[in-house]
Design a protein around this ligand. Structure first.
Ligand code: NAD
Length: 485
């Protein structure tokens, strides 16, 4: 499948709503366009998914056969790796080399969850109570069955299109669910190629159903639909709350992977060269459009000046460019809307008197590029840019004195997605890991990921987990069965 055929295919998708342009954010030029599928496309997709589930065509297949199909999807993705990388780099503006690195990791979700297909088991229980209505529980047997949610809605954002798609579709398929998949309206392209390969691998019709459209139309219709049992959502906290509200009609189960304002603590005993470089990478890579990006850096006072200077040096040498530019380390922001949002926070900071150590401006070239920005002198109590998720290459740096003060500053946020600490003191490292209020804590490292390690947010960063055993558990229901022997 050539790139052009995906661009053509999306134009021809049926829809009844607005025409949505697909923009290359590194040039601001339109690549293609499509019509919003809206509620109508969602209703049709849910009906197909429901019929497929009720027919048993997928979840009643032997688990080992489903596993083979998942494995086949991964193999097909590897065969089409270059096309996926090209589509996602064109659509998000991320460097082609980075898109090429993300693709094998994305495909691997299918191999990882292929392994789980045959390992979904309930438990048998010792019944220990005595008494009860029947007088005694003698010779009672109780066990649990794990059963798939029937129709699940999978909604995800633009910042890692193919990764986000695979992180949800793979465990949903492994569990035996039927799904309706809605990628972000900004980045629908790689989902089309994946959809085609899913069918080529042997997933029966109706089991995975792609809908393309806006969040407030298609996404909203999916999250209110009475035949959808569960929504697995990745996106902003603001929309996550809307999903919860929309789910009350039929009390859908909801899994949410939401925003973050992740702290990075750098102690004076840290390997400073490494800490500075990684902390800078941890916010400037992908132009800060990563949920776990460390956007608030706290530095122990004795090394504060050195760290601030080091961050500025990395920022000033951080080469931004369009996907195929030589040596490019990061692409642009995703859209004009996101550019306006990021520059809005920076401009507000400037008028509040925040110190701009470096950056703080849009590059003078086509594309939504913002220079990596380091800000100091922020007032934690009043500054919106310090408190709210910006989702851009903007980091605030503040000093702290004691471990307790550092932890308190780090935890002073409504978010709780990720946190990092840099220290060579082993005891402190583990003490601080316990203190930090985040679903993922990273010690002397940053931006880690493995399919086997659960990922989820504390506080307003989410509900539930993805990846690992928890990732498939989220698509399963537990039924308790009692039997009198
Ligand atoms: P967003 O919340 O605006 O959109 C995410 C998805 O939800 C899109 O597909 C969108 O079309 C859809 N949507 C929008 N409104 C909807 C509605 N009313 N009902 C149903 N669906 C709706 O987020 P975004 O701007 O696309 O992505 C950036 C956000 O995603 C950031 O907050 C970031 O932190 C978060 N994110 C979180 C994780 C994580 O794992 N925790 C990973 C990546 C991104």
């Amino acid at each position: 499948m050539t790139l052009q055929s995906v661009l053509d295919e999306i134009r021809e998708r049926p829809g009844t709503g607005d025409v949505i342009p697909v923009i290359d954010p590194s040039t601001e030029e339109q690549i293609t366009e499509f019509t919003d599928g809206g509620a109508e496309a969602v209703n049709e997709a849910v009906a197909r998914a429901k019929a497929a589930f009720e027919s048993g065509v997928w979840h009643e297949q032997p688990a080992r056969e489903r596993a083979k199909v998942l494995w086949k999807i991964a193999d097909l993705m590897d065969e089409h790796a270059d096309e996926f990388a090209e589509l996602d780099s064109l659509n998000t503006g991320m460097p082609l080399a980075q898109a090429k690195m993300i693709l094998p990791t994305s495909a691997e979700f299918f191999r990882y969850y292929a392994g789980w297909c045959t390992k979904v088991n309930g438990n048998a229980y010792e019944v220990q109570m005595t008494g009860g209505v029947s007088g005694a529980y003698a010779n009672m047997h109780a066990y649990t069955l794990k059963e798939p949610h029937s129709v699940v809605g999978l909604i995800f954002p633009w910042n890692g299109p193919i990764f986000n798609a695979c992180a949800k579709i793979a465990p949903a398929l492994a569990a035996g669910c039927s799904s309706v998949v809605k990628p972000a309206e900004e980045t629908p392209l790689s989902a089309l190629l994946l959809d085609r390969l899913i069918r080529e691998a042997g997933v029966p019709d109706g089991v995975v159903n792609l809908v393309t459209g806006y969040g407030h139309t298609a996404g909203a219709a999916l999250s209110t639909h009475p035949d959808v049992e569960k929504i697995a959502f990745t996106g902003s906290t603001e929309v996550g709350k809307k999903i919860i509200e929309a789910s009350t009609g039929n009390l859908k189960k909801v899994m949410l992977e939401l925003g973050g304002k992740s702290p990075v603590l750098i102690f004076d005993d840290a390997d400073l060269d490494m800490a500075i470089f990684m902390a800078a990478m941890g916010i400037f890579v992908h132009s800060g459009q990563g949920c776990v990006c460390g956007s608030r850096i706290f530095v122990q006072r004795g090394v504060y000046d050195r760290v601030v200077e080091g961050l500025a040096t990395v920022a000033n040498n951080f080469k931004l460019g369009s996907p195929k530019e030589e040596g490019c380390m990061s692409g642009p922001l995703i859209s004009a809307k996101q550019l306006k949002r990021v520059m809005g926070y920076i401009d507000e900071g400037k008028s509040d008197g925040v110190e701009v150590v470096t950056g703080g401006y849009r590059l003078d070239r086509p594309g939504y590029f913002v220079h990596p920005t380091v800000l100091a002198g922020v007032d934690p109590a009043t500054s919106r840019l310090y408190q709210e998720e910006i989702f851009g290459p903007v980091v605030t740096v503040l000093p702290f004195d004691t471990e307790e003060e550092g932890a308190a500053l780090a935890n002073d946020t409504t978010y709780g997605l990720a946190a990092t600490a840099w220290t060579t003191n082993l005891s402190r490292a583990h003490r601080i890991a316990k203190k930090l209020q985040a679903g993922t804590v990273t010690l002397n490292s940053q931006l880690n990921f493995d399919h086997n390690v659960p990922f989820g947010g504390y506080k307003q960063s989410g509900w539930g987990h993805e990846f690992g055993r928890e990732g498939i558990e989220g698509y399963l229901k537990t039924k308790s069965v009692w039997a009198q022997l």
